[in-house]
Design a protein around this ligand. Sequence first.
Ligand SMILES: Cc1cc2nc3c(=O)[nH]c(=O)nc-3n(C[C@H](O)[C@H](O)[C@H](O)COP(=O)(O)OP(=O)(O)OC[C@H]3O[C@@H](n4cnc5c(N)ncnc54)[C@H](O)[C@@H]3O)c2cc1C
Length: 1012
Amino acid sequence: MLTKVPAPGEGFFAGINPQAVNVRREDGGGAVLFELPQRYYDWALMLAHFPASAAAIKRFLPEGSGLEPVTVAPGFGVVSIGAFEYRRCATLAPYDEMAVMFPVRLRPALPLPAVPLLRPEWFSDLGFYIWKLPVTTRESRDVGKALWNFPKSYSDITFTPETERRRRRRCSWTEGGHHVVTLEIRTSNTSRQFREFLAYSVMNGRLQQTLVQSYGDYDESRFGLDATFSLGDHPIADQMRELGIIDTAIGRLYSPTIQGILPGPSPVPFSKVPAALHAPRVLKSIVQRSAPKRPGPRVAIIGGGVAGLSAAHELIERGFEVTVYERRDIPGGKARSMSVREPVDQFAEGLPCEHGFRFFPGFYKHLPDTMSRIPYAPTGKTVADNLVATSRVAIDFNGEEQLVFPARFPTSLADFATLLMGAGLVQERTGCSAEEITFYIGKIWQLLTSCEERRLEKYEQISWWEFIDAENRSAEYKRYLGSTTRTLVAADPRHASTRTVGNILLQMLFDFGTPGVNVDRVLNGPTNEVWIDSWVEYLLKSSVKWQHAAAQSLLVRNGRLDGVEVADEVDGRPVNRRTVRADYYIFAVPVEVMAELLRASPEVMELDRNLEKIIDLSRDIATMTGIQFYFRERLPLEPGHYMHLDSPWALTSLAQAQFWTTDLRRFGDGTIRDILSVDISEWNEKGLNGRPANACTRGEIKHEVWRQLQRSLPCLQQLQPATIYLDEAIVVRNGRVENADPLLVNRPNHWRLRPEATTGIPNLFLASDYVRTYTDLATMEGANEAARRAVNAILTASGSVATPCAVWNLHEPAILSPWRWIDRYRYYRGLDWDSEFPLALRGLQLGLSLTSAAVTAAAPLIAPDGASRGAVPEDEGPQFAVPGEVQQRIGDRIQEFIDAMRGGDPRALLRLFVAYATITIGVRSHMVEEALPFVRPGVLVRIEEIKSVYQLGALVHVRMRVRLSEEGRPGAPLEGHVHVVFVETEEESWLINSLRYRREGEPARLEVLSEA
Ligand SMILES: Cc1cc2nc3c(=O)[nH]c(=O)nc-3n(C[C@H](O)[C@H](O)[C@H](O)COP(=O)(O)OP(=O)(O)OC[C@H]3O[C@@H](n4cnc5c(N)ncnc54)[C@H](O)[C@@H]3O)c2cc1C
């Protein structure tokens, strides 16, 4: 949770811009004029929590919503009874309300008993599911039901006034003359606080969340006799008895007077990120989303591949008007699957085919997040549920030998045995020497422990081939260890940047080493059938417009893009040219198409010279294409991808029927039982026929790939494909292959050529797999991330207050932070990477590693399933992490620590942690600035005294006395205490978890809690 304290002179309601909404009255008689968000100028609250049967509560939660009761102990959930007296609201007449609610969490990764109640601020998904909500006016009932689908009823509710003597208040709910429930709580002295409540409801089958914000006088107590309840003789009271509620309150909240803001509901994003963070900003976005629809700014998206569809998805959810212009009649771009259109032979027409098989590694975050927001009608779930994990990765060597590994952290004896056998055979099967294998592993270790600066500045400059010193090693090393990138990420090791290849290899390695994560996932049917078509359908239903047209050129006027010329294409020739206009334009077309469009519109490049780099970049494309073999029998192959390391054309393959729930008999003449989907990544090396794929006819390519496959997999030798489909993007002209769908290759030093999603033209944005992203590889994940960046840039450009799209950085295991910090220390001193962790630091290393391991284990408690990550707008993310130069200083401190240890000074540990504290306070967080106006750049923070340093599990607490003074104003220092809790998460290095400030001699009154 985040503290939002009204600044002096600024009311609690400042910045709220309510919209008028008309709600139809339930019993006829016109409409209720309501404003959203509703401002509650004065109300009172009584709330108490009681233990009850978790199983009984669960029966009342909406099925399939993912909501789980919060428990106090195994089997015991919580029932909360509330009473609210709304004395003055903006548009509603005063009314009273009672609520019977269940504290819940949304798909908790680790359903911890009690902790959410004790530390609610750790759980951003913690909210109330409201079961009963009686109110005393019909208009509040009608509005609540129509706008939130809250279970409101029109009832009798009576508050008894507080008596001087007893200091207790009571509220009773009566329905049709029968008593339902009475709540009585102790009143007490209060203090000014800001509090938020998250409420869940279900509208039109979709889970909604509403974040109520309040500011006023509160008092809270736990575990006592401060609250009791009694049940009456109404049937609802009987239902409540079935909940097995125990009349011993475990919590009580009381407020005699508060102000509140009630926004409209917003659909719960599947990333499970409730809007509970970044309050002022999110609040406004909820307001905006729930406001009656006004036409938002218009965005034209050129290209309907993964990037274009992702951008449309994010924009339409944020109130923009979106039109997608797509050249092809099939959506999905390179990710598309389709039906064989021209009969290859009598039964081939209608068979499912694809541009290339789809591989969704475990480290992908952006794409699965989007997929989990696309409804899939046939199952009533989402398309993310159509992803299935493979369980094996097979590497074969020339048909003689095979290595099979589990495609996940071993979770069974069979996995474990497969892993050990596979690992034990690497040397024998590859023929590489032990020294070479050790050397290769050392290079991976070097990647793991190098700091980001070294990766960006040094490794970006060199090819993977050079990095692993392949040129000076044996033929076996070159062939097997050197070329894994070919088959893994379709990158030629001689030409691919070490940074790009290395980062992706590491991500896959981390997946292998993470229990519960699958390295490899595939779809359970043809891509368009189980994903893309549902996506387009969802977007169209959400008012996205779709036009089948191809962009021809860009028009500029007054330093901005003035329109895009589009045309229909007949046999590749443009006809019916016209200009489309919008407020913003996203080009989500491949790099070579963008380069072509820029060449056709030189005046655009005059506005932003940087765009010329796209033309240079577009030369670095290569062919990688899919080919499918159809069989009348099931293939006897491993359940996962095959890397045919010895195939001259760098083939990878997957037998699909084992993963598909789609019945293959539906297709073609109904006799097909399996499809071997193959990607060809090498088009310039000679095949077994002595010719490169580039110089073959389509027929020759099919024949040659089949030969190479049969050589790699002897089990295929007895089989004959019923038919073969080579992607239609492959066209042979004048004896040379032309590919309509090439793929970008990340060559060394490419990063400098790659554009950001924003350009120098204020309304032109780029989103495709070549844009600069954390993912940094031409993949569906990179395309999706690029789209999110483009959308975020449009939010900024348009002044929108909608929540920015989440953007995730690649995973860096916290456990290796000390190594990376040391390397950063070395890097800035011009020293090379060093394999040895300093000997003197072994003790610390162990300590840090244990801490990190504990944090990793505790991460779900602190940020369930990446909840915090999702809510951090990308441009603000780094503000929470310790900046690079600070990490460098930490490296320095570690070095200091080494020296101190050598000098026999055990107190160095204390200094080490103090160093973090000193540094982290200076983090530029707008939230810190908002709540603590004096903690901003230019404010000096000097630590005067360390009061205590102690460690609790993964947390390090440092209490200290600081002196804060303005730069240039040394005469006006502020003194106080700062309490900082550091949490090392697996995502970032160090984050501020909480920062409390209090003036000397005064009670703590200002608090900022950023996300953990
Ligand atoms: C064979 C192969 C296999 C792959 N396998 C994987 C994999 O397993 N996992 C993975 O993550 N990635 C994979 N990739 C990479 C991934 O498919 C791409 O990086 C990603 O799909 C790119 O998406 P995009 O939207 O940026 O571009 P594209 O998919 O190229 O989409 C661009 C869209 O723009 C349209 N267009 C082009 N010109 C115009 C115009 N003038 N006007 C209007 N529209 C236009 C195109 O028709 C297309 O629909 C693979 C790539 C290939 C080639």
